[in-house]
Design a protein around this ligand. Structure first.
Ligand code: HEC
Ligand code: HEC
Ligand code: HEC
Ligand code: HEC
Ligand code: HEC
Ligand code: HEC
Ligand code: HEC
Ligand code: HEC
Ligand code: HEC
Ligand code: HEC
Length: 507
């Protein structure tokens, strides 16, 4: 018999007592719906009472700020009844972060680049968009642009480095032939040598003595010097703390050249001339010759033209170092070891008439010695021009650059796993100072990529090589917080703290 479904039979199935009966499901539901808001409210109230706000936070703050993560008010200032925004003023209370460029059209908020609440990230590792928001279509508040206005990423849309663009010149004036100096049998102070880059170029932090600094007893001006510290301090500070191994020590004659290019000016005088301005050299020569003729009056018979080569070897020179006396010119010379050819002084020109007095002897001899120095010695390395005071020449400033990238950071230390010529490809063949042997952007792109370690590469986002803040104008920030204010147990009432002796009453 077929089943009949009428409204009546269906209605009979409804339990009319349902709502008056107790049900465990419903009572739990009721209980929870009342209790949970109370717990939540209590929790929020409790957290508020104990000045804990982490529950409103959208994620942990950066590692550097973790120590005061619970103290929201150190970064957030209440703007209205509901919102407390992170404002630049709070950041600047703890560290100065100077502006980027005086001509930028607007200043992005600190928090737009240094993203907080994203976990224990490195804050300074900002995204490229923090920079390309301006640099992909650069505008300046006033005046024309000095830099490429369309940079959107290092991989493809970044200009070649300025130092390597067409028309650039090496500002340095000191002549150096890398090719000649890297020959395997270069004449050194004690026989043939093979120079290494390290003999002339070292990071600023290296303190080992220079191998070719001093050959013979030197005047004070020729003692090896520690240079570079000042240059290191001129660096802008940056996120990746680069040590003083970043740049190479500037070349100094006394450190890298003195042992082979001795400024010997007279075979009678063992001490070489100081490496200094021509006036200083002139005064030194006159002084040494005057001293000499006083001690050896008989030498007045030695013509100023007998300027025989005297190789400054350890043999002939060491005794002088001990006694401080000049070598006896009448003693036969032992043919010394190899010295660079250009140190040998060979006077040219007409014979000078014999000297008549000691003063006359000094004048004549000094003039010959100086002419040889300027023309045969200084001139090897320097652009020497006529027209200094007292008929002396002047030497053009050296200006060997220490930084080729004034607008970017570089660090040799971070690349110490590489051979020098892997980047400075042409140095072994370079014969002219005017050659620019700084690597171009294509070499960096082999390793540095925007996607960084995710692409099995070195970091290639803008911050790796550039500063944003102009750290040279950073001002010291005077700290004002005590430990409790930082660690989150709430601001300590001043009076109470002073009572406890944790704060000076004057604060
Ligand atoms: C070191 C500084 C710093 C501290 C400490 C800090 N914040 Fe933030 N917070 C920021 C910055 C920067 C932003 C992003 C800029 C903005 O929205 O104003 C931000 C954004 C927020 C936002 C907006 C949502 C978001 O993720 O963009 C909330 C909510 C927030 N913070 C809550 C908190 C709470 C709650 C605390 C304390 C437990 C706290 N913050 C502590 C710096 C901080
Ligand atoms: C209560 C003081 C304080 C406040 C407020 C503060 N900072 Fe810091 N910040 C520090 C300290 C301390 C360090 C770690 C020491 C250092 O590197 O100088 C640090 C480090 C940093 C670093 C470098 C850390 C890294 O991971 O690279 C950046 C960037 C930074 N803060 C930006 C900000 C910004 C942006 C704000 C504002 C939203 C801010 N700070 C607010 C104290 C503060
Ligand atoms: C608000 C716009 C703006 C933002 C954001 C910005 N810049 Fe600049 N930047 C400028 C202006 C303007 C100049 C000057 C341009 C000129 O003189 O031609 C400049 C110049 C530069 C220079 C060359 C001069 C120098 O100071 O060495 C570099 C490099 C540079 N910015 C890198 C960056 C990096 C890296 C970032 C991201 C962290 C960034 N900029 C973010 C506006 C901006
Ligand atoms: C005898 C000392 C000496 C040796 C050895 C030497 N250099 Fe130099 N180097 C100099 C001097 C001096 C300068 C500055 C004059 C100039 O610009 O050429 C210089 C300049 C440079 C520059 C600056 C860029 C340029 O083109 O001016 C680079 C890069 C360089 N050297 C790399 C090297 C490398 C790599 C080696 C080893 C393969 C090396 N040097 C060996 C003395 C030396
Ligand atoms: C356009 C993006 C941008 C803005 C806006 C910005 N920064 Fe930076 N900040 C950077 C970059 C990139 C670095 C790392 C390179 C450098 O040191 O300049 C950095 C570095 C820092 C450092 C040093 C980090 C370290 O390792 O020592 C501090 C501190 C800092 N910023 C604080 C601030 C504060 C405070 C503000 C707001 C007044 C701010 N920044 C605004 C991009 C920015
Ligand atoms: C073997 C190469 C060499 C010879 C030879 C040489 N110099 Fe120099 N000179 C240098 C180098 C390298 C520098 C740059 C750094 C330094 O040593 O101060 C320099 C710098 C100078 C400076 C400082 C220039 C400046 O930029 O302020 C003066 C002055 C100077 N030399 C004078 C002389 C005189 C005078 C002679 C000859 C008596 C001479 N030099 C011989 C290599 C040489
Ligand atoms: C190990 C010894 C040694 C050192 C160190 C040395 N030189 Fe030389 N230099 C020589 C010799 C040897 C010659 C002659 C090479 C030749 O004629 O083949 C020479 C030649 C030169 C010449 C003439 C180059 C030419 O094109 O013929 C210059 C310029 C020069 N040196 C500059 C320097 C400077 C600057 C330094 C220091 C940075 C320096 N040298 C360090 C040994 C040295
Ligand atoms: C990863 C590539 C790379 C390697 C490897 C490298 N350099 Fe450089 N070097 C550079 C760049 C880039 C500059 C220009 C940086 C600047 O001045 O701002 C430079 C500049 C120089 C300069 C001239 C400026 C200065 O700092 O005095 C010398 C000298 C130099 N390098 C020598 C060396 C020597 C020696 C080695 C081996 C120990 C070496 N470099 C290894 C990339 C490299
Ligand atoms: C691997 C290192 C590296 C990275 C990554 C990098 N740059 Fe550069 N950038 C340099 C060097 C080196 C220079 C040459 C600086 C100089 O000539 O003083 C330069 C030059 C510049 C200049 C000056 C351009 C000009 O016309 O001379 C600007 C602006 C600049 N970079 C912005 C950026 C921006 C924006 C980013 C990120 C999208 C970035 N750079 C990424 C190394 C880098
Ligand atoms: C053989 C691969 C390689 C080449 C080529 C290379 N780099 Fe690097 N570079 C690295 C590595 C690895 C690091 C350190 C790890 C990191 O920060 O990602 C580094 C770090 C750096 C840093 C950060 C330095 C610091 O203080 O930590 C700068 C800036 C830099 N490189 C610039 C350059 C420039 C400019 C060139 C091209 C002239 C270049 N690099 C070529 C591998 C390379």
């Amino acid at each position: 018999m077929p089943r009949v479904r009428t409204a009546k039979t269906l209605a009979k199935r409804i339990d009319l007592q349902y709502f008056s009966k107790r049900s465990s499901f419903r009572s739990w539901r009721l209980l929870l719906s009342l209790l949970l808001p109370v717990i939540a409210g209590g929790w929020i109230l409790g957290e508020a009472l104990f000045h804990k706000h982490s529950l409103y936070s959208s994620g942990p703050v950066s590692a550097a700020h973790a120590v005061f993560a619970a103290q929201c008010t150190l970064c957030h200032i209440r703007a209205n009844a509901y919102a407390a925004t992170a404002v630049d003023k709070t950041c600047l209370g703890c560290h100065d972060a100077p502006a980027h460029n005086q001509r930028q059209t607007y200043t992005p908020a600190c928090g737009s680049c240094h993203v907080e609440h994203q976990g224990r990230l490195r804050l300074a590792a900002t995204s490229d968009s923090a920079c390309t928001q301006c640099h992909n279509h650069l505008m300046a508040a006033s005046g024309g642009l000095r830099f490429d206005p369309h940079i959107s990423g290092f991989d493809h849309a970044h200009p070649q480095f300025a130092a390597l663009r067409a028309g650039q010149t090496d500002p340095g004036t000191i002549r150096l032939n890398h090719y000649a100096h890297l020959q395997p049998t270069l004449r050194g102070p004690a026989g043939p040598v093979q120079l290494q880059c390290y003999d002339c170029h070292r990071a600023i932090n290296v303190t080992e003595p220079w191998p070719y600094s001093v050959a013979v007893v030197q005047p004070a001006s020729q003692q090896p010097v520690m240079v570079g510290q000042a240059e290191a301090q001129q660096r802008k500070r940056r996120s990746v703390e680069a040590g003083p191994g970043a740049y190479m020590t500037p070349i100094k004659y006394v450190n890298q050249c003195a042992a082979c290019h001795v400024l010997q000016f007279d075979p009678l005088i063992a001490t070489p001339a100081p490496h200094a301005r021509p006036e200083v050299v002139h005064a030194f020569i006159v002084e040494k010759l005057t001293e000499y003729i006083r001690e050896h009056p008989s030498a007045i018979g030695i013509s100023p033209n007998t300027m025989e080569p005297v190789p400054p070897t350890a043999d002939t020179m060491q005794p002088n170092a001990a006694t401080g006396q000049e070598r006896n010119p009448l003693q036969p010379l032992r043919q010394g070891q190899m010295v660079p050819q250009q140190n040998v002084l060979r006077p040219t020109g007409p014979a000078t008439p014999p000297p008549t007095s000691a003063q006359n002897w000094v004048e004549q001899r000094a003039s010959t010695a100086e002419r040889l120095l300027w023309e045969k010695n200084c001139k090897i390395c320097h652009v020497v021009t006529e027209g200094g005071g007292n008929g002396l020449p002047t030497s053009v400033k050296a200006v060997i650059p220490v930084r080729w990238f004034p607008h970017a950071e570089f660090d040799h230390e971070a690349h110490r796993m590489m051979d020098c010529t892997a980047c400075h490809l042409n140095i072994p063949q370079s014969k002219l100072t005017t050659d620019i042997n700084i690597p171009g952007i294509e070499i960096c792109r082999d390793c540095h990529k925007q996607s960084g370690s995710r692409a099995g590469a070195a970091e290639g986002r803008c911050f790796e090589c550039h500063s944003y803040h102009d750290w040279r104008s950073e001002r010291r920030v005077q700290g004002k917080l005590d430990i409790r204010e930082i660690r989150g147990s709430g601001p300590v009432p001043v009076a109470q703290a002073a009572d406890q002796g944790t704060l000076p009453a004057a604060k």
